[in-house]
Design a protein around this ligand. Structure first.
Ligand SMILES: NC(=O)c1ccc[n+]([C@@H]2O[C@H](COP(=O)([O-])OP(=O)(O)OC[C@H]3O[C@@H](n4cnc5c(N)ncnc54)[C@H](OP(=O)(O)O)[C@@H]3O)[C@@H](O)[C@H]2O)c1
Length: 267
């Protein structure tokens, strides 16, 4: 099996995360059933954020359990992409360390842009074969879990991904934070409480052991529309590997345009 690794000097894409959470920080109920609980405005934000990303990424369970295709949406959003200098259709990336991603998932029925599956050394040959039959590329990074530094470096080098939007779920987000590769977060707080110790949150997985390992954020903006709060955070210090990554890119021209336009409309 060809496992790729990457030097720490490799350039990575600008990574931003978008989530809608309940007030108690949950992404979904504990049974993980799909419940679209945010407003139409939040759904628009999702598409506007996709319109500034070369690639949109999600975890295997988000792609399995939800009827998502991770695509750019209608003509209006595709025009926004072109205006921002991006390809009309974004690349789609699914993380599935052990290759359990369902080859029959909705995403594989929409063939408008390449679908790349990132797996680890845990994935069996049989699962790799099944996924290779439906995806445009299935690449192995890391032994026990997907090595995000290596895989994102590869996405940048091979697929020219300069900006990558991750839409969860909690496990993938947690892995990205642990790898220290997240630059920005968009979080919509919805006026609900789900509870449930097993309900997914914005960042699950192993997490940190001491405060010094926490990802530190700066609040860039906070807006209220109706009963929802829209927050945008910049990561100011994450891990240790990329101390200088957090000053570049960010609120590029397109992003600022989208953000301003959105509030104008909403207001
Ligand atoms: N509210 C929102 O904004 C929002 C957004 C997205 C999702 N959701 C909800 O969140 C739930 C899904 O989240 P989730 O945390 O359960 O699942 P997830 O993160 O979508 O997917 C988990 C799977 O992704 C793979 N994976 C994730 N991180 C990995 C890593 N570092 N290395 C290797 N593989 C990795 C594994 O696949 P393998 O099993 O193949 O190893 C793992 O089982 C659903 O209920 C969905 O509705 C809500």
């Amino acid at each position: 099996m060809n496992r790729k690794s990457q030097s720490t000097s490799t350039k990575l894409p600008f990574v931003f995360i978008n989530v809608a959470t309940t007030v108690d920080g949950k992404l979904a109920p504990a049974n993980r059933h799909f419940v679209p609980f945010s407003s139409k405005l939040d759904q628009r934000l999702l598409l506007e954020l996709r319109a500034r990303a070369d690639a949109v990424m999600a975890g295997a369970r988000t792609v399995d359990l939800l009827p998502v295709n991770l695509g750019p949406g209608g003509p209006r959003y595709r025009r926004l992409r072109l205006k921002g200098g991006l390809a009309e259709y974004n690349l789609r990336v699914v993380v599935s360390g052990s290759g359990t991603l369902d080859p029959g998932a909705e995403i594989f029925r929409k063939r408008f842009s390449p679908i790349i599956v990132l797996v680890s050394g845990v994935a069996t040959e049989q699962r790799l074969r099944r996924l290779r039959a439906v995806a445009d590329a299935v690449e192995v990074f890391g032994d026990n879990e997907v090595d995000f530094v290596a895989s994102l470096g590869w996405l940048r080098q091979k697929w020219k991904v300069k900006s990558l939007l991750c839409e969860g779920g909690g496990e993938v987000n947690g892995g990205l934070f642990r790898a220290g590769v997240v630059n920005e977060i968009y979080q919509t707080f919805c006026p609900l409480v789900f509870g449930g110790r097993d309900a997914p949150t914005m960042a699950d997985g192993i997490g940190i052991e001491s405060l010094s390992q926490a990802t530190r954020l700066r609040l860039k903006s906070l807006r209220r529309f109706g009963n929802e709060l829209f927050l945008n955070y910049r990561v100011v210090s994450a891990a240790h590997r990329f101390p200088n990554r957090f000053t570049a890119l960010g609120c590029g021209k397109t992003a600022c345009y989208l953000w301003r336009a959105r509030y104008k409309r909403a207001g």
